[in-house]
Design a protein around this ligand. Structure first.
Ligand code: ADP
Ligand code: MG
Length: 284
């Protein structure tokens, strides 16, 4: 069964991209002299990823990604981290309509999502503390506001059409103002999508991060993606969860709480229960 790549079925051009995928994979296999295996299932949302073997017998991974806006600098990010907490990038290339990455393979490659939550928190915070850094001179990475600004506008457009879960309009506009203002602060290189599904068991290190979507901004943003996956804890005690992540990651607790509040409102069209979490986190 091929991976579903669900993020692509509704994208304009997504179907065409999927039709071209076998030829793209074949061309890359030739170019990088790879024997390519069956893709990982269920696979990513917008990337086809498969184990492969190099001519020298190296166990690697081939990732062919839909070139989506937020992942624009995955190659440059992996180059900057150069394997120190992330997988190594062995080769990377922007093709017409795709991004191709040849990566160190994580073995056995199970995700951090399989371990207890408390350990997930510690591993995520530990990796982030190592990975945050000043971006190198002349870097291409965009400010976080270029991701959060459009997300705020998209939420507002949905709200104007009545397509968001009910929330006090004052709170919603406070959350969107925070999305915009908080994302102007900070100068750290961020991963922005570090959650348990993007951390894999490896041999070179116990855990390695994959799939970064690098931006420059406030480190407090970077613990939120993990928290958004912790539904039970968000329902029970979101303030406690934010405080724990702030302490583990050495961050300002107030900023983590504000980011979590803002993201809960912004994400509520996808996960309506988050509107209730946002109410519990509303700044007073
Ligand atoms: N370097 C790697 N080693 C082993 N497995 C990998 C590696 N990179 C990706 N995978 C597998 O492929 C899946 C999707 O990869 P990912 O880069 O997260 O794609 P997406 O951008 O679509 O989320 C991962 O969940 C993992 O199972
Ligand atoms: Mg991923």
């Amino acid at each position: 069964m091929p991976p579903k790549l669900l993020g692509l079925t509704n994208q304009p051009g997504g179907r065409k991209w999927l039709d071209r995928l076998p030829a793209t994979v074949e061309a890359l296999a030739r170019q990088w002299s790879l024997e390519v295996g069956e893709p990982f299932l269920p696979g990513g949302n917008t990337a086809w990823v498969a184990p492969a073997r190099t001519r020298q017998g190296g166990e690697v991974v081939l990732k062919v990604a839909w070139p989506h806006y937020e992942a624009e600098h995955e190659i440059e990010g992996l180059k900057t981290w150069s394997g120190d907490g992330t997988v190594l990038l062995l080769a990377g290339e922007r093709l017409r309509g795709s991004v191709a990455l040849l990566l160190e393979r994580c073995q056995p490659g199970n995700t951090l999502a399989e371990v207890p939550m408390e350990l997930q928190d510690e591993v995520i915070a530990g990796l982030l503390r190592r990975l945050w850094r000043e971006p190198p001179p002349g870097h291409p990475f965009r400010p976080l506001s270029q991701m959060c600004g459009p997300w705020a506008s998209s939420y507002e457009a949905k709200a104007a059409e009545g397509k968001v879960p009910p929330i006090d309009p004052g709170l919603a506009s406070e959350a969107m103002a925070l999305m915009r203002s908080l994302s102007l602060d900070g100068s750290s290189l961020l991963l922005t999508d570090l959650h348990a599904g993007n951390v894999l068991v490896a041999e070179r290190e116990p855990w390695l991060a994959i799939d970064p979507k690098p931006y420059v901004g406030d480190p407090a943003y970077d613990v939120v993606q993990h928290m958004l996956n912790c539904e039970e804890r968000l329902r029970d005690n979101p303030v406690g969860l934010a405080r724990r992540m702030a302490a583990l990651a050495g961050l300002d607790e107030g900023r983590v709480l504000l980011w979590l509040f803002a993201r809960c409102v912004e994400e509520s069209p996808n996960s309506p229960y988050l509107a209730g979490v946002a109410r519990a986190l509303a700044p007073r």
